[in-house]
Design a binder for this molecule. Structure first.
Ligand code: AMP
Ligand code: MN
Ligand code: MN
Ligand code: MN
Length: 276
């Protein structure tokens, strides 16, 4: 059966631009048949989605931030029970870390000549689950940089003046929480962390040892060569393969919902045993 599937996107409950109902309309217009909403460290958008009528098959998801060595790694939890206690505890813990970090980032940015940063970021986000993209947008609004990308490059990226290391949960905690909630843990966009080959293999090994089951072979905008590289790793480590656009909104993302490359046929899709 051929269908369009997108297992990675964001709503305005995290750092996406669209509310869940508009995301759904957009997915519908794009011909997406199966959609996972994977907001950063929250399932509030998923809770809203389940109140809406749609012919799209909705998969409950989350993108958990984890700290691994000096890196911020993202682990997707797909097809999870969003009312599960273990995952709820983790989300509450992450939420505290995120708010504390936002206050620290705001202080750093104030020394760079912008005032009332925390409140401005909250206004931009519309909630208190503030992410670095909200600060990036603030840098743009205040005329400090020309676009969000430049804000990350100059201020918010790892090692830059407004970067604050965050005590996110560990890989093991994330994977165990996701497994406990009956879902599949999937390493998001493995090529986005700037890891050497050795480190990337180390990450995948630790993730597998923790009970992780899959990796994103296709994520957002990638070259075919990158997809082939990840398909090779996925097969070597006997992981399930996932695919998603990582769509955040037209102004942020270069590709839209469901528009990512095809999953290579030799990979076993993460959904192969789902009841869909
Ligand atoms: P946070 O979870 O608050 O640390 O924010 C991470 C989010 O920032 C990612 O999910 C992306 O949406 C965005 N992001 C990370 N790096 C960049 C970058 N170099 N340029 C633009 N957006 C980025
Ligand atoms: Mn994001
Ligand atoms: Mn991510
Ligand atoms: Mn994402």
């Amino acid at each position: 059966m051929v269908f369009m599937i997108d297992l990675h996107c964001h709503s305005n409950f995290s750092d996406g631009l669209l509310p869940p109902h508009q995301l759904l309309e957009k997915a519908n217009d794009a011909g997406v048949k199966i959609l996972a909403l994977t907001d950063h460290d929250t399932v509030e958008g998923c809770k809203l989605l389940r109140t809406l009528e749609t012919s799209i098959r909705i998969i409950n998801g989350i993108e958990l931030s984890v700290r691994w060595k000096k890196y911020d790694i993202h682990i997707l939890g797909l097809n999870i029970d969003i009312d599960n206690e273990a995952i709820t505890d983790l989300i509450n813990q992450q939420s505290e870390s995120r708010i504390l970090r936002a206050r620290q980032i705001a202080e750093c940015i104030e020394t760079l000549g912008i005032d009332d940063v925390f409140n401005k970021a909250c206004l931009l986000a519309g909630h208190n689950r503030i992410g670095r993209p909200h600060f990036a947008q603030l840098f743009v609004n205040e005329g400090k940089v020309k676009d969000m990308q430049s804000a990350f490059k100059r201020f918010l990226g790892r090692g830059k003046p407004a970067y604050v290391p965050t005590p996110w949960i560990s890989i093991t905690e994330a994977v165990e929480g996701i497994n406990n909630a009956g879902g599949h843990a999937v390493i998001a966009h493995p090529l986005k962390y700037g890891l050497t080959n050795t480190r990337l293999n180390g990450l995948i090994t630790e993730f597998k040892e923790a009970g992780g089951s899959g990796m994103e072979v296709v994520s957002g905008e990638m070259t075919q060569q990158e997809v082939d590289t990840l398909a090779g790793l996925c097969l070597r480590y006997e992981l399930l393969a996932s695919t998603g656009s990582d769509y955040h909104g037209d102004k942020i993302s270069r590709i839209s919902l469901g528009r990512q490359r095809k999953l290579p046929l030799n990979c076993t899709p993460v959904w192969h045993q789902w009841n869909i």
